[in-house]
Design a protein around this ligand. Sequence first.
Ligand code: DC
Length: 227
Amino acid sequence: MEKITRIAIDGPVGAGKSTIAEAAAKRLGFIHVDTGSLYRAIGVHCKENGCDVYDDSAVFEHIEKAGVDISLRFTEGEQRVFVNGADFTDKIRTPEASMLASRVSANPRVREFLLELQRSFALNNSVIMDGRDIGTVVLPEAEIKIFLTATPEERAKRRYDELTEKGAKTDYEEVLNDLNKRDYDDSHRASAPLKRADDAVLVDTTGNAFEQSVEEIVGLINEKFNR
Ligand code: DC
């Protein structure tokens, strides 16, 4: 059997983790797992079903006892996320879904609920998995760990451009404030906070064009495996 390779990419909001990981995974023939989509799907599903995301016990009851089933499907390298069979992929990309995700991700029981699911993707596939705690908690034995970042201003600018391109009405200051709040919350929660693993390579993409960042990540991976 071919050897399984696990690449962990963590970092703050808008560092480009998912888009860069997706492009790098396509080049390497790995699957890309965007773990943020799982927290987003839980947050949106809770909201749609009248469950208060600030009430940790209610959220747990909702996902565990009511039997919320989350799955990912991969078609031609692209990931889609399903909750109880319904496709949530498109509706989890709003600023509201970002905040709901950040909130439910601070709930230790939600994190525990998603842990085995995330690990299961790396059992039989070579993966590039991105999130906040992949190198520290989900795949601590990953062969390569990358901590991807950029200045908050550059990350906010990228996020702002992405949202306005999709026709969303927002302003740059609001995006920057949301991003700073989410980074603060994600790195200060008690359970698996965002932090760079001791053995993670720091990659700062400030000022980089997208392709340059993909090149750098693919280069790091090829270098490690002498390919
Ligand atoms: O990467 P993202 O913006 O889609 O993630 C949404 C939220 O989910 C983020 O604010 C923090 C949380 N998250 C997490 O706690 N752990 C992960 N592995 C991935 C995301």
